[in-house]
Ligand binder design. Sequence first.
Ligand code: ADP
Length: 293
Amino acid sequence: GKSKVSPLTENRQKTTFKDVAGIDESKQELEEIIDFLKEPKKFTKLGGKIPKGAILIGAPGTGKTLLARAIAGEAEVPFFSIGGSDFVEMFVGVGAARVRDLFIQGKKNAPCIIVIDEIDAVGKKRDGQRNDEREATLNQLLTEMDGFESQSGIIVVAATNKIDVLDSALLRAGRFDRRVFVELPTKRERAAILEKYRDKVPHDLDVMTVANMTVGFNGASLAALVNEAALLALRQNDFQVNIEHFHQVKDKVMFGKKKLQMLSDKQKEYRVTYQAAKAITATYFDLPFEKLM
Ligand code: ADP
């Protein structure tokens, strides 16, 4: 687990692009950064222009953190990370000190990547309400970003759910120049993610069927779904996980609890109305029911 004392997590346990299913486009856009990290000198000699930072933008659970680790794994360089909760400290100066340490480590170990998870925790637009700690941390980050040469072999990869909440200073030229959007998985991508997790357990399951009934699921919830289905199979002493297990756990994964049994009459009414609306829409537009959110 993450220690409170040390802000740095260097992790050499390798994650690669193979561990990230789907989101092929996002992966492609990161190839260049990987090439650079592999051979910074060669890359610059050939006239490649290296960004100092890339920002991964996408809904929670779409695999941004996983992707950031995979960049390091693909390039076979270490990574150092800091996350949203590390920034939220009671004492002014702690966040800034952590950022400083992070870059000291980074420079010592270049080529490497520095991962800043949930950068919005520190990089939110300054909204009038003063928050000295956050401001000090953000300023330190800006100083560090400006203070290393882009050829030095450090790439800062940040992740956020929303780009429009970020302070424009972070997005200025020469800082986080690359934006990579990480979208919710498409049906085909959901199938790819499901397959990855399904293959880890004994199964009799067509992933396409599950992909069809999981519109709107992100990578994290798909992984959780397979896990829940496998646990259910185990509890029921079935030796393979199958589609029935998925039907039984889907609501639990989607809503975090066994929804149907816990609804009030009012909630049931809403749900019935909603499902009816879906049925009518599906019929009207001739779409499969599962396609509707
Ligand atoms: P984010 O940083 O976007 O919130 P994470 O990278 O933390 O999402 O994803 C949480 C977990 O969900 C991952 O550790 C992984 O187990 C699973 N996951 C998410 N997206 C994918 C994906 N595209 N392929 C495989 N696993 C995924």
